[in-house]
Ligand binder design. Structure first.
Ligand code: SF4
Length: 419
């Protein structure tokens, strides 16, 4: 079916219909966008998807949000449908698993980096796949450039994860993520939530799902899933455990009437919702866009608590934003709304140092684009490096990064200065 037919379908607001009509192969776009895009642009997009680290997965709801008259600059298209012509070479310091999650994993599917917090990876699937995903090493299906690391299904790992959590009472805070909790069955969501509530030491549970922003009808129309979340939230509250939904909006255009209904439903059911945004070049690296997003989220009772610099994973160099721009943006938006609704701008430090406020760097070399951070409460004595994207550096610096000897010297220099 072509896009205009999909949009008019009477089942458009049904999440199961959306899943059934989700694009999962680049070539499917030829039929859907046939009347909208000319062949060179379509070929550019399909070539981009073949080069990308993330497989394509985009539903009619999101396709309908894209302004196809100006698709090169469209913030939704940029997040899900890369053009080969806009992709640039990866930074030499980029790596899959940039956050080193696999080495901080005591049990398969559980990342335990901070003393009192853990990340539970329950699925490697999402309703849609973002091209800048941190977990491009395991989320989604294999692509031409990335063979994904596969975990056993959560049902096989669940008992050993629960046992580990029971035996590790210093863990009081759990993020249930993946992948995306919207891809869990309602029964799985309930089992995981209730299982975590049996662990006396756990005080906070956060379910991560981008569903609210990319498939809001999941919340309003999949009553079993939303009820499961509400039940866990209510049972948690009775036990003194805070249960919340952690979602992911990047641009105010994503806040549609369907999102308003879904957010309102969660609010009336007493489910706390927090938002994490990723700062993306050409999407939201603009004070006006970010300011509107933060204010809209606050009005929906969605707490906009983090804005991340994009993790340096391969294949997304053109989307990353440099630290200096991020610092300017943070200054520009701070004060636009009440303080508790103002997000913290952070870098999730490559190498496993955890999140650091962007202004807290030890050193920042504007020539090499390298900044350093320390994380005494997480990994004392270690220095963590964050590289600005190559496209923000001078031609000389870009040339230096291509020379392995010069690249090594730039890293050594800033490490020495930061010691
Ligand atoms: S929804 Fe989250 S986990 Fe899934 S692809 Fe996007 S960023 Fe990655």
């Amino acid at each position: 079916m072509r896009l205009h037919q999909l949009v008019k379908d009477i089942h458009f607001d049904d999440p199961i219909w959306q899943e059934r009509h989700t694009i999962t192969r680049p070539e499917q776009l030829r039929e859907v966008l046939d009347e909208i895009l000319r062949p060179p642009a379509l070929d550019d997009m399909i070539a981009g998807l073949h080069k990308a680290s993330m497989s394509v997965r985009i539903n009619p709801y999101l396709l309908d949000l894209i302004n196809w008259q100006d698709m090169e600059h469209d913030p939704i298209r940029k997040q899900f449908l890369p053009l080969a012509s806009e992709m640039t070479a990866s930074h030499p310091l980029q790596s899959f698993d940039a956050l080193d999650e696999t080495t901080d994993s005591p049990v398969e599917g559980l990342v335990h980096r901070y003393p009192d917090r853990a990340l539970l990876l329950v699925t490697d699937r999402c309703p849609v796949y973002c091209r800048f995903c941190t977990r491009s090493y395991n989320v989604g299906v294999d692509t031409r450039s990335v063979i994904k690391i596969r975990a056993q299904s959560i049902s096989h790992r669940w008992q050993s994860i629960l046992s580990h959590l029971h035996m590790t009472p210093r863990i009081v805070d759990i993020v249930v993520s993946g992948g995306d909790c919207a891809r869990l069955k309602a029964s799985q969501l309930l089992e995981i939530g209730r299982g975590l509530l049996t662990i006396p030491s756990i005080r906070r549970i956060r379910f991560a799902s981008k569903g609210l922003s990319v498939l809001p009808m999941k919340i309003t129309r999949d009553g079993a899933w939303t009820d499961a979340l509400t039940v866990v939230s209510d049972e948690g509250r009775r036990q003194g455990v805070e249960v919340s939904l952690q979602t992911h909006f990047n641009h105010p255009i994503e806040i549609t009437s369907s999102v308003l209904s879904a957010a309102n439903l969660l609010f009336t059911k007493g489910v706390m919702v927090r938002n994490q945004s990723v700062l993306l070049h050409g999407v939201n690296d603009d004070a006006n866009v970010l300011g509107r997003l933060i204010k809209h989220l606050g009005d929906l009772h969605i707490h906009p608590y983090y804005v991340y610099l994009c993790d340096p994973v391969p294949g997304i160099e053109d989307m990353r934003v440099d630290l200096a721009t991020a610092c300017q943006l943070e200054k520009a938006v701070r004060g636009l709304t009440t303080g508790y609704n103002m997000p913290a701008f952070v870098i999730d430090t490559p190498g496993g140092g955890g999140k650091r406020l962007i202004h807290s760097y030890e050193r920042y070399d504007r020539y090499s684009g390298l900044s350093t951070f320390t994380a005494p409460a997480v990994k004392a004595g270690r220095l963590f490096l964050y590289p600005d994207p190559l496209h923000t550096l001078s031609p000389d610096a870009r040339r230096d990064w291509l020379d392995p000897q010069r690249a090594k010297a730039m890293v050594t220099d800033i490490q020495r200065q930061s010691a």
